[in-house]
Design a binder for this molecule. Structure first.
Ligand SMILES: [Zn+2]
Length: 112
């Protein structure tokens, strides 16, 4: 049976906090509105709604759509930051991201 894996794709995302409207407008641009704490987002599949705590994702084709936090946690790893020391991307949550990156490379036998 032919076997396949999803390619890793990088997306941008922000959390809709319920009050960071200006940030959302700057991120999404046209195509959003709100009533109370509910965001209305024009997506490729019509208008979708986001509640506080939901992520707003900018997909690989520049499209926007909301994502529930539990789905987001299960699907994405991040945020990634570009390291000032070595120029590589490390996980922001890893305080020792830089050291870990090199240790992993060393363990894989990648020359420094
Ligand atoms: Zn680094």
């Amino acid at each position: 049976m032919p076997r396949f894996r999803k390619k890793p794709v990088e997306i941008e995302a922000r959390v809709w906090e319920g009050y960071n409207w200006d940030e959302m407008v700057e991120f999404v641009g046209r195509g959003i509105a709100k009533t109370g704490a509910t965001l209305h987002i024009q997506t490729l599949e019509g208008t979708m709604h986001a509640r506080p705590g939901d992520w707003i994702i900018k997909g690989v084709q520049g499209e926007f759509y909301p994502c529930k936090p539990d789905i987001f946690e299960a699907t994405y790893l991040g945020p990634w930051v570009t390291c000032e020391d070595c120029g590589n991307d490390h996980l922001e949550s890893e305080q020792a991201g830089h050291d870990l990156w090199f240790k992993t490379r060393e363990a894989q036998g990648v020359p420094a």
